[in-house]
Design a protein around this ligand. Structure first.
Ligand code: ATP
Ligand code: MG
Length: 652
């Protein structure tokens, strides 16, 4: 495209001169000149948006002079380069023009070779500026692309979690059925079906979203009673809510409301909103569906919860595709789909939320009655009544063999939990927790021998669980296996840094899980050897975790040795000194040393006695009192039990 130069001069012959002089470059379409006879016409031309790359202007003109034009142009197009044509020797005007921002000047009578150089030089500058602007725009575009790219990666990570969780159940149950068809056929098949259905739902959501974005999703309205329909949808969440101890209620100022709506799309919208409300509300909370009309043309639907809320910072973004508040789980599609669908229905949606108080989604839909009246509730709806989970299967196994190691499973997905229990029961005494916080509480209460935990969970995730338990002396020794769909290396490292002992990606191989668990218990046996006070020293490479446990053992030792001759220093006093409950102390000592607390304390006392036998001249009774035994006879007997010979024989 030719470079367009606007020439402003009140002498018409100037136009002819220029065209003649530059005819070669005009003919080759390099330049195109446009002419104006005064400032006002020139300004009009530019204001009308005509493309002009530079301006060449005389100073003295009727109506609007060149200086005024220059200052006007600075206002409306600051980037535009202006070259002033001035009488030779008219220094003050040239100075003024330059101060107003003119780019250069030439003098009259115009020397055309000088004019040509000046034009070329000015246009070079214009080109440079254009390049810079282009580069800036490109870099902005690039940033936006990168941002989107990041969101996409995040999305794929999340979606892989969403896919892997049902796949874990499907694979696992298929194995289970293969191995023991009698026991698993019925239950297993229904679990497989339900999880396959979840996968399908997920795929449908993704497809809907892409159809929506390309404008291919169409509405199919029926006329029906909205109140009945909404009640019905809410009702289908009852068992899910009940399991999470959340109250559901329905309020409306209307008994019925006949209007047009697309049942399938409305189902999607309301299901997503209620699903979120339940997902992000803690036990004991409430989810309310409010339906009201204030005038005949509009209905207002509110879905309100008393859940964790959304921070001010996050609130503006939650309708964006793939956006999730940090620490959430899911795919981040739900709300974006909701918003698109609401707009498709010519409706509006907005959200209000306060952290730790709750969230309300408000939806306004136009009320129209043009479609055909129909008794609604399509058969499709049976799909959302998918909830006959057999909970009896996943209750903690109360009285399974006392000897079995105690395994705590922390998993929010009930199907995965059920599958794990099915596979591991008989080998472990199992308890279940449904989120990270419950897991932490259960771990402190029971001090289990092993923990298997999911990573992505509500309230507290697997990393937080790991971190909390590993930092606390009561639970630091418990091996933790993290189960996760985030198979990428980064989260692996994150998990291990927080102290996870092993890491398995979903869908995991069940044999591998079992082997991992066994290996971890074996490792504990090595640890127990290390803390056998009165056996040969077992040299072990000291790793960080071990030094934490060393510290704990050292703590017991100092407490016992500081009170060695105090025969009243018993377990309650020790608990107090260490700051743990009796059970916690017992479970931890047992895990580390293989002995009960009292047995361990006794072995410490006896070890001291053995030392005294070698280094002092005290008689046996004196030594017994010295290490806190009330009865010398009892002392001798336990000494023989511990070391295989009597104190007398031990004497050098
Ligand atoms: P998906 O629905 O695709 O499985 P998701 O629930 O994480 O995943 P959205 O439904 O799009 O995604 O929600 C986006 C984010 O908004 C969520 O990650 C969550 O953090 C936040 N959010 C949505 N609804 C609520 C709510 N009722 N209370 C608190 N936070 C919410
Ligand atoms: Mg959601």
């Amino acid at each position: 495209m030719a470079t367009r130069i606007l020439v402003v001069d009140d002498e018409p012959q100037f136009e002819r001169l220029i065209l003649q002089r530059f005819r070669r470059r005009v003919r080759s379409k390099e330049f195109e000149f446009v002419f104006a006879l005064n400032g006002i016409d020139a300004l009009k031309m530019i204001k009308s948006g005509e493309q002009i790359d530079m301006v060449l202007t005389d100073i003295n003109m009727p109506q609007m002079d060149g200086l005024t034009l220059t200052s006007e142009l600075r206002e409306i197009r600051p980037q535009l380069k202006i070259v002033i044509i001035s009488a030779y020797g008219d220094m003050p005007n040239i100075r003024k023009a330059m101060n107003l921002g003119a780019f250069d000047f030439i003098t009259k009578p115009v020397e055309f070779s000088d004019l040509e150089t000046t034009i070329d030089k000015t246009l070079e500058e214009v080109a440079l500026l254009k390049d810079a602007a282009l580069a800036q725009e490109l870099s902005k575009k690039n940033d936006r692309l990168q941002e989107l790219d990041q969101l996409k990666t995040q999305f794929f990570t999340n979606i892989s979690h969403e896919f892997r969780t049902p796949l874990t159940v499907i694979f696992g149950m298929a194995d289970q059925i293969e191995e023991k068809p009698e026991a698993w056929l019925e239950k297993g098949v229904s679990l497989i079906k339900r999880n396959a259905h979840n996968l399908l739902e997920l795929v449908n959501q993704i497809l809907d979203l892409s159809k929506l974005e390309s404008g291919k999703l169409k509405m199919t309205n029926i006329q029906g009673d909205l109140i009945v329909y909404l009640r019905f949808i809410l009702e289908s969440f009852h068992s899910l809510a009940e399991r999470n101890d959340i109250k559901l209620s329905f309020h409306s100022n209307l008994d019925q409301l006949w209007m047009d709506y697309d049942p399938e799309k409305l189902l999607r919208i309301v299901t997503n909103l209620i699903d979120n409300a339940i997902k992000y509300t803690k036990e004991g909370g409430e989810v309310i569906l409010n339906v009201n009309t204030f005038d005949k043309s509009q209905v207002k639907i509110e879905i309100k919860d008393t859940g964790i809320g959304i921070s001010k910072k996050e609130l503006p973004y939650i309708f964006d595709r793939f956006y999730q508040v940090e620490g959430s789980f899911g795919t981040g599609i739900g709300l974006s789909l909701v918003k698109h669908l609401v707009h498709l229905m010519d409706g509006q949606i907005h959200v209000e939320s306060e952290e730790n108080k709750g969230t309300s989604f408000f939806m306004e839909l136009p009320v129209k009655c043009e479609a055909e009246r129909k008794e609604q509730i399509s058969t499709d709806l049976s799909m959302i009544h998918e909830d006959e989970l057999n909970t009896s299967l996943i209750r903690p196994q109360a009285a399974v063999g006392f000897e079995l190691p105690h395994l705590l499973i922390v998993e929010d997905n009930k199907d995965v939990a059920q599958y794990l229990v099915a596979y591991l029961e008989g080998h472990y005494k199992i308890s279940l927790a449904h989120n990270g916080q419950e897991g932490i509480d259960a771990a402190f209460e029971h001090i289990p021998d092993l923990i298997v935990s999911d990573v992505m969970m509500p309230i507290k995730d697997g990393y937080e669980l790991c971190n909390t338990l590993k930092m606390d002396q009561r639970t630091s020794h418990i091996p933790i296996v993290l189960l996760t769909a985030k198979a990428d290396m980064d989260s692996k490292i994150e998990g291990l840094q927080k102290g996870a002992d092993a890491y398995l990606a979903k869908p995991f191989d069940k044999k591998e899980l079992r082997t991992r668990l066994e290996k971890l218990l074996e490792l504990r046996a090595v640890l127990q050897k290390r803390y056998q006070v009165n056996a040969e020293e077992v040299p072990l490479e000291t790793s960080v975790e071990i030094s934490v446990e060393d510290e704990f053992i050292q703590l017991i030792k100092s407490a016992v040795f500081d009170n060695l001759d105090d025969i009243d220093f018993g377990i309650p006093e020790l608990c107090k000194a260490i700051g743990m409950s009796r059970t916690q102390l017992h479970r931890k000592t047992k895990a580390l040393t293989g002995r009960s607390t009292s047995n361990f304390v006794r072995s410490l006392r006896l070890g001291k006695a053995k030392e005294l036998l070698h280094t002092s001249h005290l008689n046996i009774s004196q030594i017994a009192y010295e290490v806190g035994f009330r009865d010398p006879k009892y002392f001798s007997r336990t000494f023989a039990e511990e070391f295989g010979i009597s104190p007398n024989q031990m004497r050098p």
